[in-house]
Design a binder for this molecule. Structure first.
Ligand code: DGY
Length: 323
């Protein structure tokens, strides 16, 4: 078989690009310019494999064409809600993702956001940089402690558990959670984490809510005005999952009216544009989708894609096939 032609849609860590270039007939994106939907659709006709990432959009329309040459989308990222997987499957295109290697990294960012928003770190830094800090005083910028509080996890998968572990063993937090299926393993028992039946119950029982469920149509606006209204007045919402899981308009309203104390966000509806209203609110910490952004993790994600695509073209089952 001829060396497979592959397209890497964005700049990847250098060492991974080197492996791809040695193993495949690889077209790299040296300028790192995001490809349009039309360019991605055209690529499906030209390449044996396309390696997209979470910021590329591959809806059903891109698979609705004749002459698709692509046999596999090796996605750089664990989330794949930007790919219409049923349309890909129907067009005979396999899809893989990169689970496992970004668990700790993303849980670290969830804890970063919890600490930043509860201890008002963003506000404090803005005040200091603006030259407005008037020195130490007993009532200056008082925040909330994590210790002794309850963390509610929505989606107790790998990242949910890693976040709960840090919060419980590191900060002495009690854990409650919602998960569609029953989770009853040694680790969850060791944390004395309590599974509640309804999301609404978790919303009401927690001082911090951290979202760890997939994005996409199924979970769109899972956290809406009604559920935000169930949160404690001193509660904090943390989102490192996907922007569309939260109704942003409702969140902006809850933050403005202080019906909740604050939010920490790493992901947004329609990112990279930031929904109106968020940037001028003080009690929200905003990060630019940094969940998996360490050199170690991004390299590991890239190497997972290499393994998936290599297995596929060697005629083996790709380890992380999702469609
Ligand atoms: C993913 O892999 O889905 C993450 O959102 C990237 O940080």
């Amino acid at each position: 078989m001829a060396t497979p032609r592959i397209l890497v849609t964005r700049r990847w860590p250098q060492e991974v690009e080197r492996v791809l270039a040695a193993r495949f007939d690889a077209t790299l994106n040296e300028s790192d310019r995001p490809l349009t939907e039309a360019e991605l659709a055209a690529a499906l006709k030209d390449f044996d494999a396309v390696l997209p990432t979470v910021s590329d959009q591959l809806p059903a329309a891109v698979f609705d064409q004749k002459g698709i040459r692509t046999k596999i989308l090796g996605n750089f990222g664990v989330g794949f809600n930007h790919i219409d997987v049923s349309a890909a499957r129907a067009a005979g295109v396999a899809v893989t993702n990169t689970p496992g290697v970004l668990t700790d990294c993303t849980a670290d960012i969830a804890l970063t956001l919890m600490l930043m928003v509860a201890r008002r770190a963003g506000e404090g830094e803005r005040q200091l940089r603006a030259g407005e800090w008037q020195g130490w005083r007993p009532t200056h910028m008082l925040g909330s402690a994590l210790g002794g509080k309850t963390l509610g996890i929505i989606g107790m998968g790998r990242i949910g558990k890693a976040t709960a572990r840090r919060a419980h063993f590191g900060f002495g937090m009690a854990i409650v959670f919602y998960n569609r299926s029953t989770v009853d393993d040694e680790e969850t028992r060791a944390m004395k984490a309590r599974q509640l039946t309804l999301i609404d119950e978790v919303m009401g029982a927690s001082d911090f809510i951290s979202l760890h469920c997939p994005g996409g149509a199924e979970n769109r606006h899972l956290i809406d005005a009604q559920r935000l209204g169930l949160m404690k007045p001193g509660g904090f919402l943390i989102n490192t999952a996907r922007g569309d899981v939260v109704d942003t308009e409702a969140l902006v309203e809850a933050l403005r009216s202080r019906s909740i104390a604050g939010a920490g966000l790493d992901v947004y509806e329609g990112e990279p544009s930031i929904p109106a209203g968020l940037t001028d609110i003080e009690n929200v910490v905003l990060l630019p989708h940094l969940g998996s952004a360490t050199a170690e993790t991004r390299r590991a994600m890239g190497m997972k894609v290499v393994d998936n695509v290599t297995a596929f073209f060697d005629g083996r089952d790709p380890p992380d096939r999702v469609a």
